[in-house]
Design a protein around this ligand. Structure first.
Ligand code: PGA
Length: 260
């Protein structure tokens, strides 16, 4: 697919798989990806649970980026159960998903923690896929734009407060909460409308040049069946994929569509 920005196809494994499953996944996936024509025209990433990262790194043989799903904003300290950016970097991980709606929903993450996490990532030159998205209630009551704006405001504040703004380290993922894991993807029109809005907010914050460079992924029930329609949209620069990233064949099919 000829696009202005390089497509990023990102799997989000959430709290799934054991080490043996991870080995089996990459044993099947890596040869397929390696043989994919034009594979260099796309970026491929997996956001893995921490205990699987070492196995994923070894078995993926540098063909994809292995990322984490979360991190704490402090570099170290008394935060039982958390993991810091320096720990991840020490482990060869330079990217994380951040602010996923499941973190917001079940672990009380807020726009304020998002601001702190973006600030920490930028200061450490750590790459993020920062998630935004509205709930069904918010969409039904016409609050989508307002909710996205508040989430973006926190992300932008964190970036602006950092000593070393590095916008090339930030990808935004638009994931309508009602589309995650439900089998009910947003329509291309719904997704494009929000993606365009995100780019316009970025243009206001950082200028039109940076907005043109920003990659905005769509996430929420992406499958091989709807990937062509979504990824062929000029404003959709890739996908964040949960369910369909657990099966090597489904995920590979989406990579194939992106690289076609
Ligand atoms: P899904 O999850 O593809 O299973 O809807 C997407 C996500 O949560 O990132």
């Amino acid at each position: 697919m000829k696009k202005s920005r390089k497509l990023l196809i990102a799997g989000n494994w959430k709290m799934n798989k054991l080490r043996a499953d991870t080995e089996a996944f990459f044993d099947e996936f890596v040869p397929k990806l390696s043989a994919l024509p034009h594979k260099d025209t796309i970026d491929v990433l997996f956001s893995c649970p921490l205990p699987l990262i070492a196995t994923a790194q070894t078995k993926s043989k540098n063909t994809v980026t292995i990322a984490s799903q979360n991190y704490h904003w402090e570099p170290k300290g008394a935060f039982t159960g958390e993991v810091s950016i320096p720990m991840l970097v020490d482990f060869g991980v330079n990217t994380s998903v951040v602010g996923h709606s499941e973190r917001r929903q079940y672990f009380n993450e807020s726009n304020e923690t998002m601001r702190k996490k973006l600030l920490a990532a930028q200061n450490a030159k750590f790459k993020v896929i920062a998630c935004v998205g509205e709930t069904l209630e918010q969409r039904k009551s016409n609050q989508t734009t307002q909710v996205i704006d508040e989430q973006l405001k926190a992300i932008i504040s964190g970036i602006k407060e950092s000593s070393s703004q590095s916008l090339e380290h930030v990808v935004i993922a638009y994931e309508p909460v009602w589309a995650i894991g439900t089998g009910l993807s947003a329509t291309t029109e719904q997704a494009v409308e929000v993606h365009k809005h995100i780019r316009s907010v970025w243009a206001t914050a950082f200028g039109p040049g940076e907005a043109q460079k920003l990659r905005v992924l769509y996430g929420g029930s992406v499958t091989p069946d709807n990937a062509t329609a979504l990824l062929s949209q000029e404003d959709i620069d890739g996908a964040l994929i949960g369910g369909a990233s657990l099966k090597p064949d489904d995920f590979f099919k989406i990579c194939q569509i992106a690289a076609s």
